[in-house]
Write a new protein. Structure first.
Length: 245
């Protein structure tokens, strides 16, 4: 009985009263189950009620740790779930955004049947807390809606291999759009990915409308790119019009 006396101050009296009332309703009405004041049955019921209350408290604690939509879900809980789910952990990102990303990952593949479609990609990115919009290829190169290319950059290097105007220079291979997601989380590894002249396997991610810039938390940059890589068809390339703030 001593352990129950120690734990009693930690429990809510009103909740214990509710449990006690419910317990009594489940008991038979015979004399053997009478609840005499300070009797054996009363002491037994008080002990079992405290056990039930502790069990309920423990259950709530477990739910707080495993369900990211709970108010008690902590930053440590988020870190553990990110490790379990193979997600990027960055403690500089707000807990609210981390919870959104975890919920999205837990709910994968989501409710949209046409997975890998533009609508699906946009839905999943927004569900993770990224305020971005996805546009399928409509005949435009990224230079047309975004108005920027990696000017003076040849396919083979940041410096023209021979000189401008020769087959290996800008006029032969064309400029390369810098901000792409093709095969890598690291932006620098995809920075000069050469798509070629066929853009049918590309799509664009920006604000709304297409020509506007979308803002993404700089602390979530790698997470953002990782999610795009996981969602998009492997053979496709994303052109980004993103400002990391």
């Amino acid at each position: 009985m001593e352990i129950f006396l120690i734990l009693t101050p930690l429990l809510m009296p009103n909740f214990l009263k509710q449990i006690s009332k419910l317990t009594r309703q489940l008991l038979p009405t015979g004399r053997a189950f009478g609840n005499k004041l300070n009797g054996i049955n009363q002491k037994l019921f008080e002990a079992t009620d405290e056990n039930v209350a502790l069990l309920n408290s423990d259950a709530y604690s477990v739910l707080d740790s495993i369900l990211p939509d709970n108010a008690g879900f902590s930053a440590d809980d988020a870190t553990r779930w990110e490790q379990r789910l193979g997600m990027i952990t960055n403690t500089a990102v707000s807990l609210a955004d981390r919870k959104l990303a975890i919920i999205r990952k837990m709910n994968h593949p989501g409710t949209i049947l046409a997975r890998q479609s533009v609508d699906y990609l946009q839905d999943r990115l927004q569900a993770a807390g990224f305020d971005v919009y996805v546009y399928e290829y409509n005949g435009l190169t990224p230079a047309e809606p975004f108005g920027i290319l990696a000017a003076g950059v040849a396919e083979h290097a940041t410096v023209v291999e021979h000189q401008t105007g020769l087959p290996h220079g800008d006029s032969g291979n064309g400029s390369v759009y810098k901000n792409t997601v093709a095969n890598h989380i690291s932006e620098s590894l995809d920075q000069y990915f050469y798509v070629g002249t066929n853009f049918t396997r590309t799509f664009m991610i920006s604000g709304n409308p297409l020509s506007s810039v979308a803002n993404v938390d700089v602390n979530r940059k790698d997470e953002f790119r990782q999610l795009i890589l996981k969602l998009k068809p492997a053979k496709s390339v994303a052109f980004l019009n993103i400002n990391y703030i």
